[in-house]
Design a protein around this ligand. Sequence first.
Ligand SMILES: *[C@@H]1O[C@H](CO)[C@@H](O)[C@H](O)[C@H]1NC(C)=O
Ligand SMILES: *[C@@H]1O[C@H](CO)[C@@H](O)[C@H](O)[C@H]1NC(C)=O
Ligand SMILES: *[C@@H]1O[C@H](CO)[C@@H](O)[C@H](O)[C@H]1NC(C)=O
Ligand SMILES: *[C@@H]1O[C@H](CO)[C@@H](O)[C@H](O)[C@H]1NC(C)=O
Ligand SMILES: *[C@@H]1O[C@H](CO)[C@@H](O)[C@H](O)[C@H]1NC(C)=O
Length: 346
Amino acid sequence: MSVLLFSGTLFLFLSRVVAYNIIREYAGSTFFDRWDFYGGLDNLTLGNVTWVSRSDATSQSLAYVNSEGHVIIKVDNTTNVPSGQNRNSVRITTQDTYDLGSLWIIDLNHIPFGCSVWPAFWSFGPNWPDDGEIDIIEAINMMTNNQMAIHTTPGCTHSDNVDQLGVTGSTIDCSLAPGCVVTEISPNSYQTSFSEAGGGVWATQFDSSGIFIWFWSRPDIPPSITQATSTSSINISQWGTPHASYFSATCNISQFFTPQNLVLDITLCGDWAGVPSIYESTCANSGPTGLCYDDCVVGPGSPRFDNAYFDISYIRTYTSASVVPSTTQISTSPNFRAASGQRTAL
Ligand SMILES: *[C@@H]1O[C@H](CO)[C@@H](O)[C@H](O)[C@H]1NC(C)=O
Ligand SMILES: *[C@@H]1O[C@H](CO)[C@@H](O)[C@H](O)[C@H]1NC(C)=O
Ligand SMILES: *[C@@H]1O[C@H](CO)[C@@H](O)[C@H](O)[C@H]1NC(C)=O
Ligand SMILES: *[C@@H]1O[C@H](CO)[C@@H](O)[C@H](O)[C@H]1NC(C)=O
Ligand SMILES: *[C@@H]1O[C@H](CO)[C@@H](O)[C@H](O)[C@H]1NC(C)=O
């Protein structure tokens, strides 16, 4: 239980935060204005890509808004890449950072897939990886399901016995290389079936009580989200059990995560999708050599990379902080942040 004191009145918050006010929407023609383009080699996941600058992404049509007003971020599928060179792709990071008490919603119609393709929608703190990482959408090659994860410094663990719909991976020490993975088991979370179902929505609650991620295929998106607008607040009380739940009981979120920037990127091969044994598991027969770089990155981009694109309707970010009345007495309360620290079983 935490207490907010304002206007001389005590308000008791007995359950987890359910109401959020919008911070901003990233969408349409202004989407890219508040993101930075990486503009360099993939020295993070060691993929065979160059993440281009904003001007190159624009001139090469790798980042644009289409006629439907959707944001497209894609791998170059028009260049015949010679052996020894990288293929162009995009990585962008929000200029805004998001503290504990925030909520992020992304609505997409298509997620990149295909042999060698490794897309991600994720967050990290400024001193990566020490400031924590949250992987919301991440999959490789011809995987059929999305996979969520958190990465931290030592001392944070995940349990396979928590209130979540997804399946906890074999590593429960979130400081080890795979991170604390939760595999999505709801249908249509990746690949062709994702877009054939009309796409879907992910929501991430970044809270001192835990990190909670939900996924809904298009037909299952709750009314609180389908009826929301770019300026409305949102009440998450009807969302049900998260698909991944990282409770503070085994991972003190305030300790292991600093404010986060959101990232969208697509790499190729690299230290997950390109590992031979992993690549072969879904792409062994995808080319003459059986090697990720040689069979995929090199050569004509089409049709190999025709599905290597994000199609995004919007990303909306919210905060629980402004849920309290917007009068001046509020923000001085020393217990203010504690309002976001409470969560009961769903
Ligand atoms: C959120 O919705 C629930 C269920 O409709 C309702 O009981 C609750 O009062 C709402 N909370 C806020 C803060 O609007
Ligand atoms: C990647 O390169 C950038 C720019 O040169 C550098 O700031 C960053 O520290 C590098 N990251 C890693 C993980 O090596
Ligand atoms: C492709 O990436 C791998 C590391 O993931 C690296 O070993 C290889 O040299 C790269 N190939 C080229 C041509 O850059
Ligand atoms: C969690 O971390 C915060 C920030 O480091 C610290 O203030 C708090 O005491 C920790 N909580 C527990 C239960 O260890
Ligand atoms: C590249 O892929 C897009 C879909 O992402 C497709 O519309 C286009 O025809 C492809 N380009 C080429 C040159 O084939």
